[in-house]
Design a protein around this ligand. Structure first.
Ligand code: ADP
Ligand code: MG
Length: 678
């Protein structure tokens, strides 16, 4: 009898296991069916044949046709991963993470095993990883440790049309590697039609282009220019929701703050409309959105409801969300702009190009006919928008890539093989900056400090601040500040109904007008003292997620300190050392108070203001150092700390002369102007 029972038990368990296996299998099988329905599937064998026959191949196909998710899998299935990894670069972190997650799911493996991703401060790969998605910046960093990319059999430079700075630099480097590594396959994949340009650049590499599936998209313009695109976007979304047949909506905003504002206003207005209208599910997506929430945008919309995705440029070509039928395009994006004459860089809300507008509209016609609402006039479109977005290499500060190239042993930057060269002035400016930071010597060679700086995946000014903190014995404090400055998202939150409380909590960290950097340090150390308490974050109106990210980044910076042989040392009683380290890195970002309460940058005079969120916005110290400039209604300095002008001479003698800081030393300096100094 016992034997019988045993058999029975095993039978039951067996059946259970089998049905579970079946369920899993059918989910996988369903995904395989979806894979086979993608436009690229028809061309799978032709594509593999072309890869076999050519070392370098330019691939062009519509957004959403399966390039990013399928090509690496095809290569894996064809055996390329037996000889090395397949690496696929993405200009955006979110895309790298989300696409890797999708591919892991399609292959039925755990993310981080066979399929992984690597983005700055986050490595989700293992020894098993054969398909590796990564940001273009990460592959650039990997080159520092593996200059011939020996562990790769294929490198795909994906979303090449985005022309980010890192992608453009990679072009030059991988082109060179391909010459002495005939076994390396190089695929350049793009969503737009500049294929000829890519092909020309890569020694007339063949172009593999395949048609996507496009449905007609009706384009609507506004009859008059919109004064407030936020308001116009909200009204448009609500109008679509009330009047138009079902189908999801995609709205393009310029950044996280705008998206959060839009979400809040939309929720409020929807409530005002009562219960008669159908459900509207709001899904934000931007670079710093936590990954659990990122996945939400891909969940199918429930029957009878409508989804509205509030996105940054990320949804223009990097991510494809199925089911979008309506696109709302205010016509702007946030872009870096750089003035090579002054060396100043600023984030700027800029009109998009016609090429971008076309991509955005195209997102409405992927699964059926759609509509695009452009919140600008047809005249505007025809006469004011540029044809193409200017590649980043021509509108950004080059210091960090120049430092990377120098550490790769590439010295002749003027003759570097750029697809579109940066202005010579910009190159010279970045060399000058690296010299002033002590990363390069007079001959333009990397110094010991420069070598150490290149180890950090940070802007050279931040790396300098860290390297110099060794001298001032405050590396412990400085890496906390560097981590807090590198989070990307906001640290404080300010709910509409509790603004006063939130502002008070924030000002607590500013007691003594210590400056924003020290306030950030206080936030971090107070949180650490509570043993990283979530409750403490709630009580102080601080974003828990941002803090956790800061801790992760800080851990990694601590690891890197060890690598460059800098000891962790703490000097909390001497905050001047902390501030000196900041100035030693950020001395090009200094400004002096004017009579009217505005500031003037010291080296290349330009009018700037302290950002209203700064703890010093009411204090107005005479001399300040700032982290970055942001141009909104005015040119604002964000993250500001007071400095003593004589430090500039002491810390940056190659950059500042006495005359730059002169009036500080004279008696003209008003009494008490330095009172917040410690
Ligand atoms: P391309 O690179 O050509 O633009 P992709 O390979 O990114 O195309 O997308 C192919 C398909 O995979 C699209 O239908 C897209 O919606 C789907 N997809 C991509 N990432 C995800 C994800 N994280 N979750 C669900 N579907 C996804
Ligand atoms: Mg893609």
């Amino acid at each position: 009898e016992s034997v019988m029972a045993g058999e029975n038990y095993e039978d039951v368990m067996d059946a259970k296991q089998k049905s579970q296996d079946l369920a899993e299998k059918s989910a996988l099988e369903e995904l395989q069916e979806v894979r086979r329905s993608l436009p690229i599937y028809t061309y799978r064998d032709q594509l593999l044949k072309a890869v076999e026959e050519h070392q370098v191949l330019v691939i062009v196909g519509d957004t959403g046709s399966g390039k990013t998710t399928q090509i690496p899998q095809y290569l894996h299935e064809a055996g390329y991963t037996k000889r090395g990894k397949v690496g696929c670069t993405q200009p955006r972190r979110v895309a790298a993470m989300s696409v890797a997650a999708r591919v892991a799911q399609e292959m039925g493996v755990k993310l981080g095993h066979e399929v992984g991703y690597s983005i700055r401060f986050e490595d989700c790969t293992s020894d098993k990883t054969v398909l590796k998605y990564m940001t273009d910046g990460m592959l650039l960093r990997e080159l520092l440790g593996e200059p011939d990319l020996a562990s790769y059999s294929v490198v795909i430079v994906d979303e090449a049309h985005e022309r980010t700075l890192s992608t453009d630099i990679l072009f030059g480097l991988v082109k060179d590697i391909a010459r002495f590594r005939p076994d390396l396959k190089l695929l350049i994949s793009s969503a737009t039609m500049d294929a000829e340009k890519f092909s020309d650049y890569f020694d007339t590499a063949p172009i593999f282009s395949f048609p996507g599936r496009r449905f007609p998209v009706e384009i609507n313009y506004t009859s008059a220019p919109e004064a407030d695109y936020m308001d116009a976007a909200i009204v448009t979304v609500l109008t679509i929701h009330v009047r138009e047949p079902l189908g999801d909506i995609l709205v393009f905003f310029t950044g996280q703050e705008e998206i959060e504002t839009a979400e809040e206003i939309l929720k409020h207005r929807i409530r005002g409309l009562g219960t008669k209208i159908r459900e509207l599910i709001i899904c934000p997506i931007y670079a710093n959105l936590p990954s659990e929430l990122q996945a939400k945008i891909f969940e199918p919309t429930p029957e009878g409801a409508r989804k509205v995705v509030l996105a940054t440029n990320i949804a223009e070509t990097s991510l494809t969300i199925d089911g979008i039928k309506y696109v709302v395009d205010p016509g702007f994006s946030k872009m870096k702009s750089y003035n090579p004459r002054t060396g100043m860089e600023s984030l700027l809300i800029t009109p998009i190009s016609k090429a971008s507008a076309t991509q955005r509209a195209g997102r409405a016609g992927r699964t059926s006919a759609g509509k695009c609402y452009r919140l600008y006039t047809a005249f505007n479109y025809n006469n004011d928008l540029e044809e193409n977005t200017v590649p980043e290499v021509q509108r950004t500060n080059l210091a960090s890539v120049v430092l990377a190239l120098k550490s790769l042993g590439i010295h002749d930057l003027i003759n570097f093989d750029f697809m579109d060269p940066p202005p010579a002035e910009a190159l010279v400016k970045s060399l000058e900056l690296l010299f002033a930071l002590g990363a390069l010597n007079k001959l333009g060679e990397l110094t010991k400090a420069g070598r150490r700086m290149a180890e950090f995946p940070l802007d050279p000014m931040l790396s300098k601040m860290i390297v110099v903190s060794d001298k001032y014995k405050c590396s412990d404090e400085i890496i906390s500040i560097a981590a807090m400055l590198s989070i990307g998202g906001s640290i404080f939150y300010r709910p509409k109904d509790k603004q006063v409380h939130a502002d008070n909590a924030r000002m607590n960290f500013h007691t003594g007008n210590v400056g924003d950097h020290i306030a950030l340090l206080k936030v971090y150390s107070s949180w650490k003292e509570t043993n990283y308490s979530t409750q403490w974050c709630y009580e102080n109106y601080i974003q828990v997620r941002s803090m956790k990210r800061a801790r992760d980044i800080r851990d990694q910076l601590e690891g890197l300190l060890e690598r460059v042989e800098i000891e962790i040392s703490s000097n909390l009683n001497e905050l001047d050392s902390v501030r000196k380290s900041i100035v030693a890195g950020f001395f090009p970002h200094t400004a002096k108070l004017q009579k009217n309460g505005s500031y003037r940058t010291v080296k290349h005079p330009q009018t700037v203001h302290i950002h209203p969120n700064s703890g010093l916005s009411q204090v107005l110290p005479r001399w300040v150092v700032y982290h970055e400039l942001v141009l909104t209604s005015k040119e604002y300095m964000r993250q500001v700390t007071e400095l003593k002008p004589e430090w500039l001479i002491e810390l940056a003698p190659h950059y500042y002369q006495l005359k730059d800081v002169e009036d500080a030393a004279s008696k003209k300096m008003p009494k008490g102007a330095g009172k917040a100094a410690m």
